[in-house]
Design a protein around this ligand. Structure first.
Ligand code: AMP
Ligand code: MG
Length: 336
């Protein structure tokens, strides 16, 4: 009996030694509900607790600036100004400047000026409706992103046009969080803001972060993207949608040319880039473009790769992801 107890103690001692040697550094996580999204941030490092505190405060602050439904937000004030100049925060001016550049770069498929149309379709309040053709045409006639003026912190938007950062705000928030984490000397974190994910550094121990790509047709994932220091942003039409009386699926990504839900043959687009705001906006733009134009866009754009899912269930991945994208079913994937 005594021998047995000594042996047991010895084994426990050995186990604790090996356990100590292999134990990964402590991580801390926070789950926040903001920007209509469940967000999870996981941080490794000594300052993890403080990092999460600052990150949460920053997300809430950005939401109060960019929310289209809070009347005192920068965007709500621009949208209510009816063509008059509005003083905004530096972050709003920064995102709007970036959004206008992305509107140009994407040939207008990403547009920060569609909020009046979003409202007409009922997406903002969840009271879905199908607007009349004439209503869409009237609203569309007032959208002119080229007419937005930014002079320092003063923004003037043409009357009738309303701004919305819905396709860029979460990506931008992720970029801001990375700045906060880097300031606290955090080298490893995963920021997951719904479909907008930013991987800082790599996992403790040196493996890449593994980001699952949702299967738009099921509940699982259709593969994993392995990344270090990359943003992975997904836009899909399976998120917020309803069925019209005619049996058409109405979803929240609008084609700025028609003012109607984009019918591009795609059901989801996942981008891999260095920058969250850019990745977020480009995922939405590529969705509107449709596969042929989107593949050409990725091909001519440095530091951009993508995975596309078409409405017939095929998966298209760009060559730059060959060492990063690990599909569940390689037979469904075409590389281009
Ligand atoms: P995402 O989930 O990033 O694709 O963004 C979709 C959200 O962006 C929508 O809920 C709208 O608020 C807004 N949005 C819809 N269509 C567009 C578009 N073509 N360009 C920019 N923003 C859009
Ligand atoms: Mg987006």
């Amino acid at each position: 009996m005594k021998k047995f107890v000594i042996l047991l103690a010895f084994l426990i001692w050995i186990a604790s030694l090996t356990g100590c040697g292999n134990r990964p550094p402590e991580s801390q996580s926070a789950t926040i509900f903001a920007m209509d999204t469940v967000m999870t941030i996981t941080v490794y490092g000594e300052e993890a607790q403080e990092a999460l505190r600052q990150a949460t405060a920053e997300i809430n602050r950005l939401e109060t600036l960019f929310s289209v439904t809070r009347t005192e937000s920068d965007l709500a004030r621009i949208n209510a100004a009816d063509g008059k100049a509005v003083l905004v925060s530096p972050e709003t001016a920064e995102v709007l400047t970036l959004a206008i550049a992305l509107w140009e770069e994407t040939d207008g498929t990403f547009s920060p000026g569609l909020y009046a149309l979003q409202r007409a379709w009922g997406f903002t309040v969840g009271e879905y409706r199908v607007p009349e053709d004439a209503e869409i045409a009237d609203l569309l006639a007032q959208v002119d992103v080229a007419e937005i003026r930014i002079d320092g912190l003063t923004v003037t938007a043409p009357p009738g046009m309303e701004l919305d950062f819905g396709a860029i705000a979460k990506g931008y928030a992720a970029d801001r969080l990375v700045l906060i984490l880097r300031n606290l000397e955090i080298e490893s974190a995963i920021i997951s803001l719904g479909g907008d994910i930013l991987a800082l550094g790599e996992r403790p121990g040196g493996a890449p972060w593994r980001v699952a790509v949702n299967d738009p047709f099921g509940h699982g994932s259709l593969g994993i993207i392995e990344v270090r220091d990359r943003a992975v942003n997904t836009s899909g039409n399976y998120e917020r949608r309803f069925m019209s009386e005619e049996g058409e699926t109405i979803h929240h990504i609008l084609d700025p040319e028609t003012g109607r839900p984009a019918r591009s043959g795609l059901v989801s687009v996942t981008t891999v880039t260095a920058d969250g705001a850019r990745g977020d906006a480009l995922a939405t733009a590529l969705f509107v473009m449709g596969l042929p134009d989107a593949l050409a866009f990725v091909d001519r754009t440095p530091d951009l790769e993508a995975v596309f899912v078409t409405d017939d269930g095929r998966i298209y991945a760009t060559r730059g992801l060959e060492n990063m994208f690990v599909p569940e079913d390689a037979g469904r994937v075409s590389w281009s």
